[in-house]
Design a protein around this ligand. Structure first.
Ligand code: ADP
Ligand code: MG
Length: 272
């Protein structure tokens, strides 16, 4: 076909699969997953956003109401549906989403007795993800089988960190988990970076924690930190990413900066 019409073959892509992960809830995982995915699509990348959280916040934040009859990540994980037909286009060109559905809440129990229960997502993504440059997975706030599936399927962990008193403690747990996953399940899993979220420069504790994280983890911490910003928190109730809700807000600009840092880090990795 492409020879006849002189259409170049679609490049066979080898997507980067990024799990947005932190076992704590409310630290900005979903907000980061949605806005990084959107910003990457704005940078002409083809992106798939996978909602792996039974709460379905990434789906509703993208304007998709969790619908029992539509296939989503639950059906794909259990092998009840193929990835391709379950993926839905978003309003943003270049950005597709594999939504969550309410059934996802019980999937960890259903997965327990299935073969390759830790590798279900990797197996399906491995078959059909090559039309994307990036796959961004929004993880639930726990370290159960859903997050394990995300971490075995991914090459990289993106860690949102809210600058609060227990942040460093939570981070050390997460780094232990990373070491365990590399040993037991996915030796290629690397840490893409830590992003400071809901940063408030007027809060002394927040500033201190940010300094501590930067001095401990150096270049692993992204230069762009995401400020606490009302536009970012309002956007999900309108079913759109902050970048669409108000592209000029400081939150949106920070997420654009973060996405370009992520793209840059990956280009450097490819070149080295
Ligand atoms: P998680 O997915 O880790 O549970 P969310 O992304 O859902 O965290 O964020 C938790 C809450 O904080 C949400 O209500 C979200 O709108 C809000 N929020 C996240 N990032 C920001 C920000 N930069 N500024 C203001 N509110 C934010
Ligand atoms: Mg979430």
């Amino acid at each position: 076909m492409s020879d006849l019409f002189d259409i170049p073959e679609a490049p066979v892509r080898n997507p980067r699969i990024i799990a947005v992960v932190n076992q704590k809830g409310g630290v900005g995982k979903t907000t980061t997953a949605i806005n990084v995915a959107t910003a990457m699509a704005a940078c002409q990348r083809r992106v798939l956003l996978v909602d792996l959280d039974p709460q379905g916040n990434a789906s509703t934040g993208m304007g998709l109401s969790p619908h029992i009859k539509r296939n989503g990540s639950y059906h794909v994980l259990l092998g009840l549906a193929q990835l391709g037909p379950s993926v839905r286009p978003s309003r943003i060109p270049g950005l597709d989403i594999l939504p969550a559905s309410p059934d996802l809440a019980g999937v960890e129990i259903e997965l327990v007795n299935l073969p390759e229960r830790e590798y279900r997502l990797r197996n399906t993504l491995g078959k059909s993800h090559h039309s994307y440059d990036y796959v961004v997975i929004d993880c639930p706030p726990s370290m159960g089988l859903l997050t394990l599936n995300a971490l075995t399927a991914s090459q990289q962990m993106l860690i949102p960190l809210q600058c609060e008193f227990y942040a460093l403690e939570g981070l050390s747990h997460l780094l232990n988990t990373h070491a365990q996953i590399r040993q037991g399940f996915n030796p290629n899993l690397e840490i893409l970076g830590i992003v400071l979220t809901m940063y408030d420069g007027r809060n002394a504790l927040c500033v201190q924690v940010a300094q501590d994280v930067r001095s401990h983890f150096g270049a692993l911490v992204f230069a762009n930190e995401i400020p606490r910003n009302v536009k970012v928190s309002e956007a999900p109730s309108h079913g759109v990413p902050a970048l669409i809700y108000d592209v000029r807000s400081v939150g949106s600009r920070s997420y654009m900066g973060l996405a370009s840092e992520i793209i840059q880090r990956n280009q450097e990795k490819l070149a080295s």
